[in-house]
Design a protein around this ligand. Structure first.
Ligand SMILES: Nc1ncnc2c1ncn2[C@@H]1O[C@H](COP(=O)(O)OP(=O)(O)OP(=O)(O)O)[C@@H](O)[C@H]1O
Ligand SMILES: [Mg+2]
Length: 317
């Protein structure tokens, strides 16, 4: 029987802070806490897949080694049924003495999805259990977290990972997996994953199922991000008034690559900014893109709307 392959996002999730890519200023501050074996309540803010959960798990690993499980509780504010369930779980968890004598760590994901009232209740919990537990709250936008919580936390702003940081990590994974990936393919992974390492690693794993070298083409065939070059060409044809060619590319993106109208229009939007033309014309095109994007979200037929958009691009007025 074939061995079921492990999911790479878990297989390669770093267990030590120093093995994380990027986020250097955060890693340094957290390492200092680990060395002193003290930790304030923390607020981790930042976009998806940039290392918030990973950093919290690394802290637990470094502080508690193999007994980290017993000292780490992960909750998701948007899954749990309201603040009362969170309170019950925290109470149960924080009731017992931490193994190893320090404190227990409660990682609460999507803290910014809690209502203001729930956040006030959370604040009271943070105070009540501060003798035995430390909260690490994670959110996308710290502005949605009430000031009394922010002022009780050390705030860490995680940034989106940049190209060099992502490539460095992806290269390590490829090496471990004996995967041959060309340079353009790494660029495509980074471009299509928009700084989200989870997306990037998943993309690489999916692409690895195809035999042989991982190329740019394979990457775009496994993502829902439209190939920027194909989209650029399509726009070029539309602007020249060559509607037939533009439409051919559109249909290939939709039906050969299985992309949704929204994915294609998103890429058209990015590519318009790259065009070599006066800003005033770009503004004009962006307005049109906006109008057609709205129509798509309202549920209109994607093929008809995108063809109409390409026809608009070809108009000389
Ligand atoms: N800075 C990083 N260094 C190495 N791997 C990373 C980094 N950031 C994310 N990853 C990898 O990406 C995946 C997702 O990371 P993680 O769970 O930490 O994201 P997150 O910031 O908590 O995102 P979300 O907001 O979606 O919960 C993991 O497999 C992790 O190994
Ligand atoms: Mg997370």
């Amino acid at each position: 029987m074939d061995k079921i392959e492990e999911i790479w996002t878990e297989k390669y999730r770093p267990e030590r802070l120093k093995d994380m890519t990027g986020q250097r200023h955060i890693v340094e501050r957290l390492e200092a806490f680990v060395t002193k074996k003290s930790l304030p309540h923390c607020l981790f803010a930042g976009p998806a897949g940039c290392g918030k959960t990973t950093a919290a798990l690394c802290i637990a690993h470094e502080l508690y080694g193999s007994s980290w499980h017993g000292n780490f509780l992960e909750l998701n504010a948007s899954d749990e049924r309201g603040i009362d369930t969170i309170r019950e779980k925290v109470k149960d968890f924080a009731r017992t003495i931490p193994l190893g004598g320090l404190f227990k760590i409660i990682y609460l994901d999507e803290a910014d999805s809690l209502t203001r009232d729930a956040q006030h209740a959370l604040r009271r919990m943070m105070e009540k259990y501060s003798g035995t537990a430390r909260f690490i709250l994670a959110c996308n936008y710290s502005s949605k977290v009430i000031p009394p919580i922010q002022s009780r936390c050390a705030v860490f702003r995680f940034s989106q990972l940049n190209e060099a940081e992502m490539t460095e990590f992806l290269e390590k994974v490829s090496k471990e997996e004996n995967l041959s990936v060309d340079e353009a393919a790494y660029k495509a992974v980074v471009y299509a994953s928009e700084g989200d390492m989870r997306k990037a690693i998943n993309m690489l794993q999916t692409a690895s199922m195809a035999r042989g070298q991982v190329t740019e083409e394979i990457i775009y065939s496994v993502t829902s991000r439209a190939d920027p070059l194909a989209v650029r060409k399509m726009i070029g044809h539309a602007l020249e008034g060559n509607f037939k060619e533009a439409r051919k590319t559109l249909l290939s993106l939709m039906f050969d690559h299985g992309l949704a109208g929204e994915d294609i229009i998103k890429e058209i939007h990015s590519q318009v900014f790259e065009l070599d033309m006066p800003d005033i014309r770009k503004i004009n095109l962006i307005e049109k893109v906006g109008e057609y994007e709205f129509r798509l979200t309202e549920g209109s037929n994607a093929q008809i709307q995108l063809e109409a958009l390409l026809a608009q691009f070809g108009r000389k007025d």
